[in-house]
Design a binder for this molecule. Structure first.
Ligand SMILES: [Cu+2]
Length: 171
């Protein structure tokens, strides 16, 4: 199973000293996730128990996983020990961390897979080499984080001086 992670690249203040390498430690862990929390349809307000369709999909059965099932999530940690979580805004939900870069920066991702399957990480909004693109079929076995094995990838900010933020912008 592939899990695509939405990566947002944000630009911050232009009054920087110079380009830096930004390091991110991301652990992939499995959790039990409720895909339809609450007891009612969030759009219509109708109770799941009263919706014929919901009943079919939210109940576990021989051919259905039900509303609660395991999910692999990407969690940011403070360092290579992967024991202290970096808090993220609640609106990100199950999405991974926001990865930030400024003009000229490079970004190193240290990915460690604590889950039971192999996963990968594919960026948008940065430059990368074939070995660092995270596409499973591009270079077999090199673009994924195997179970319990660390994986490292390096990306480069594609933000140009012209399109980066200016001094008056907030960081
Ligand atoms: Cu892509």
């Amino acid at each position: 199973m592939k899990l695509f992670l939405l990566i947002c690249l944000l630009v911050s203040c232009c009054c920087r000293v110079g380009a830096v390498n930004r390091e991110y430690y991301i652990g992939i862990r499995e959790t039990v996730w409720n895909y339809a929390p609450g007891n009612a349809n969030a759009i219509s307000g109708q109770l799941f128990a009263e919706e014929e369709q919901a009943e079919v999909f939210l109940k576990r059965g021989p051919h259905r996983i039900g509303n609660t099932y395991k999910k692999a999530i990407y969690i940011q940690y403070t360092n290579h020990l992967y024991d202290v979580i970096v808090e993220k805004p609640s609106w990100l939900g199950f999405l991974g961390p926001i990865i930030k870069g400024e003009v000229g920066d490079s970004i190193t991702i240290h990915l460690k897979n604590f889950a039971s399957r192999n996963y990968t990480l594919h960026p948008h909004g940065v430059r990368y080499t074939k070995e660092n693109e995270g596409k499973l079929d591009s270079i077999p076995d090199q673009n994924l984080s195997k179970v319990n094995r660390p994986f490292e990838c390096k990306w480069y900010s594609s933000i140009r001086e012209k399109t980066g933020q200016v001094k008056r912008d907030l960081n």
